[in-house]
Design a protein around this ligand. Structure first.
Ligand code: SAH
Length: 235
């Protein structure tokens, strides 16, 4: 299980690179394989579309069972909304699985914005493909009432345009409209862009499936164009 990090090669861990080089077979979602195109020569490649995670995991386990070394790639970290869970579920005891971590979207987006995650934070995916929407709302409520910094993955995609607006409304029940919000698109890869706004002002049009949204806690400020959640040091 290999985490590719956010995309640009310099954010791929050396351990991950070594595993990709050593693998006989590489399994992954098509657009993630584009990040590692140059490493695919002379390898068997098994790729499939976005919602085919189970097929990909099954294929990987079946090939590994024949004795081959298989690298299953995920963007970011394989254990954060990635392929590690499903592969471990399917692999059983007979196939050894190594999980190689990667820089997840939360880290990458936070670094672009400044230092928004200096205090307790939660990560919530707004995708209701595998999670009931009521559960997502409950977790947003908990993030709000707990005054956590909130990192939102999968904030918008086809079929769920309204989710980010609903999430904003839920958080506004607990967080001030002036709470800083950072929206980072394609963090740490080509075409990176970012917007710093507030919970009251943020526009859902700025959010798509390539963005990660970070919403501050009650102490979070915008200073010199960066988002900062103070750790609490007395200066
Ligand atoms: N395993 C991945 C997350 C997969 S879920 C990881 O650890 O990063 C897919 C969601 O992650 C996207 O909808 C987006 O919200 C976020 N994401 C992944 N890469 C990103 C990047 N480079 N910039 C901004 N958001 C990203």
């Amino acid at each position: 299980m290999v985490g590719l990090g956010p995309g640009a090669r310099e954010y791929l861990a050396p351990r991950a690179l070594a595993a990709l080089q050593a693998a006989e077979v590489i399994v992954g979602y098509k657009s993630y394989l584009n990040f590692i195109q140059d490493l695919l020569a002379d390898k068997q490649v098994v790729s499939s579309g976005m919602k085919k995670e189970v097929d990909r995991a099954r294929a990987a386990v079946e090939i590994a069972a024949t004795g081959k070394t298989v690298a299953v790639v995920s963007s970011g970290d394989p254990g954060i909304y990635g392929m590690a869970g499903i592969v471990l579920e399917l692999a059983g005891e007979s196939i050894p699985v190594e999980v190689i971590p990667g820089i997840t979207a939360a880290n990458a987006a936070a670094a672009v914005l400044g230092a928004p995650l200096m205090h307790d934070f939660v990560v919530i995916s707004l995708s209701d493909l595998l999670t009931p929407w009521e559960t997502i709302i409950k977790r947003l409520e908990a993030a709000g009432s707990g005054d956590f910094v909130a990192v939102l993955y999968n904030p918008r995609s086809q079929g769920r345009e309204a989710h980010i607006e609903t999430a904003r409304q839920v958080l506004l029940r607990y967080k001030h409209p002036d709470t800083p919000v950072g929206i980072v698109r394609n963090a740490c890869r080509g075409e990176q862009s970012s917007i710093i706004t507030t919970l009251g002002q943020m526009a859902k049009e700025d959010v798509d499936m390539f963005t990660t949204v970070i919403i501050g806690n009650s102490q979070t400020r915008i200073i010199h164009g960066r988002i900062l959640t103070p750790r609490g040091y007395r200066l």
